[in-house]
Design a binder for this molecule. Sequence first.
Ligand code: HEC
Ligand code: HEC
Length: 348
Amino acid sequence: MKGEQGMQRVLVKIAVVVVAVFAVTSGCALFEDERTAKGRKLYHHYCMHCHGESGRQQEGFNWERMPDPRPRDLSESASMSTFSDKEIFDTISRDMRDTSLQAVLDDENYFAVSTMPTFKYTLSEEELWAVVGYVRTLHGGSLTFDVDGRKAELESRFQAVTAEHDQAKQVMEEALEKQEAEEDDEDMDMEDEEDDLENYEEEEEEIVLPEEEAYEKVAEQFEAAKTALENFSKRPKISQISRPDLTVVEPERVTLQEKGKNLYFNKYGCNGCHSIGDVGGLVGPALDRAGFRLNDTWVYRWVRYPQGMKKHTRMPNLGLDDGDARAVTAYLETLRAPKPDKPIPPPE
Ligand code: HEC
Ligand code: HEC
């Protein structure tokens, strides 16, 4: 009898320990809603190396190697709770701007830290909100922004614009038909007249109808609403980046390289994740020898759309356009450090 009771007690103890260990290791994931759980996963993949698992300073393996300003403490409620959900959203999904320009530094509405990457071109809007929600939990808060309401708003906007679009299209088509019929009539009249070349050319001139202009406008709004709705649930996709012609006329090469260097440090903060010599982050490979190791066409296509070449890479798409990608590629070409004597130990 005694043995059996003892056994039961041991089993209960084991069960308690198992549940406790599970709750701790999963960070109490048992009590998380679906969106926060998604945000946690994304945070672990895209943010943790710099911000640390619990958002504290010095926690992420890259923190020590970051240039100033280093990532702030996301677990600190006093300062973090002064940001609205929307403000955090805007920070993580802003467009990168050149922080060597005074106008950018002076813009109070812009978060001008180049080494905090944007995720606008990497994640869907829904995923961005999930990350904001998870960041909130790091300082004991929760998301108050109405994400479902936002989706509904995008949907109803899309429906409204679709209706407007279809109507404007119909109006335009009717107007075009009418115009064509009138032109045919005029042509018939003209056949009776003498061959007047000048007059004929004038007739050929394209007349843009107000209905066509109105349609163009609505069509633009329609495309914008469609993209906004698509990007809400789907990650932004770019059609394949085609192979560029990277030939540079010699006197322009140096200017391009200098422009690329500035973009590397001051606009896209590549140094937050990559090192050159002893300086810079450790999230991505060191780029000291990029000029030897990497093919420029490959680099161009990689920096424009890393996800197109490696779907789940930790390197976000930073939104480089053709010109910026050319400049950055030209700069990386200049990185030709000699081979190290000793192999560099891999980061932890
Ligand atoms: C390459 C390192 C790096 C990565 C990756 C990174 N951050 Fe940051 N983050 C920074 C730096 C640097 C700052 C600027 C210093 C500061 O204010 O914390 C910053 C600032 C922030 C801030 C504070 C903004 C403010 O207004 O002060 C938030 C919130 C934030 N990051 C969230 C994120 C989230 C969420 C992710 C992942 C989706 C992420 N960060 C990924 C480096 C990084
Ligand atoms: C948030 C961190 C982060 C930022 C910011 C970042 N990278 Fe990366 N980068 C990575 C990671 C991680 C890899 C490794 C890719 C992989 O295999 O998934 C990488 C890979 C690369 C490679 C290939 C290197 C090799 O040896 O294979 C190049 C080139 C590169 N990045 C250039 C850039 C440039 C240029 C910028 C700025 C425009 C930049 N990166 C910004 C994280 C980052």
